[in-house]
Design a binder for this molecule. Sequence first.
Ligand SMILES: Cc1ncc(COP(=O)(O)O)c(C=O)c1O
Length: 357
Amino acid sequence: MDGDQVEKMVLTKDGRKTAVDKECDGEEKKSVESKVYMDYNATTPMAPEVIQTVTEAMHEAWGNPSSSYTAEATFVPVSKITGQVEVDDIIAAIRPTTCLVSIMLANNETGVIMPISELSQQIQILNQNRMALGLPRILMHTDAAQMIGKGRVDGQDLGVDYLTIVGHKFYAPRIGALYVRGPGVTTPLHPMLFGGGQEWNFRPGTENTPMIAGLGKAAELVNKNCEDYEAHMKEVRDYLEKRLEASFGKQRLHFNSQFPGAKRLCNTCNFSVWGPGLQGRMVLSHCKTLLASVGAACHSEKGDQPSSILLSCGIPYEVAQNALRLSVGRDTTKEDVDVIVEDLKQSVAQLEQNRVT
Ligand SMILES: Cc1ncc(COP(=O)(O)O)c(C=O)c1O
């Protein structure tokens, strides 16, 4: 190549590498010599269809997906009075493009039970009108992780298309399942993982037989004994709330899971002992026997910040800061309650003493 020329290589779409001589005057002239690219392990050219999709996305999807104003989803707040999501609020938030409504069946911190059946009924009516207008059908999903084992859960009664099941919340192994009404037939279901054709091509990988058997057994136990489990947990939880009230006094105690007009889980007691320096974490760290949480474990990275769930339910900041979530199980006894209430009293007394001295 002459000194006054520069060479650049152009990859053509059939993978040929063509040398282009660029003369100093800027005019491009293709070299007669064509080269053959055989380095597809190093990289590949984009397929024409891919280029088209990328180009379209650059034209139409240029917003920042993480910006709050470009929300692929509409978030509907819960009511600050009832702590539950209101059916009318969901219906009002539905847009022509809405195709899925996803709501947890019972909240993991407050235990408030959401009105899923009522909402499904409304959505069913809406879907009939939408079909006539050629709009997408709205599918309903509920996360029943917290409800199973603490109250009756029936996919038919709830009227949902999808329902999430989390085994380790109801004495099963750490395995989950998704209930789908007519998977791939009446309700769309697409795999998230690809590979083997197990589970009707919905989820690849060899089935974990012992865990699946464990989940089935736990579900069978719940089916058989649900009312007994529920009655026991409710009795112990109610006793706990009475003992807390008697120990700390109505003025100092705030129950964060009792909302007028809302049903709640039988086993959950979220409360705050009012006072400076009594943040939930502090109180728990001074307890000698009680093992409990200040909120959901999956939000434990939030540190000392009060629970966003409690704040969104209208619990004042100073109260939410002191919140503790106690959840009783099938084997919790009233004697256990007596022990941990005493433990809490001593922890609070110790923290108050430390403030004075
Ligand atoms: C409502 C709800 N959904 C889902 C989960 C997730 O469970 P895991 O992290 O075990 O999958 C939890 C766990 O606390 C939960 O409370």
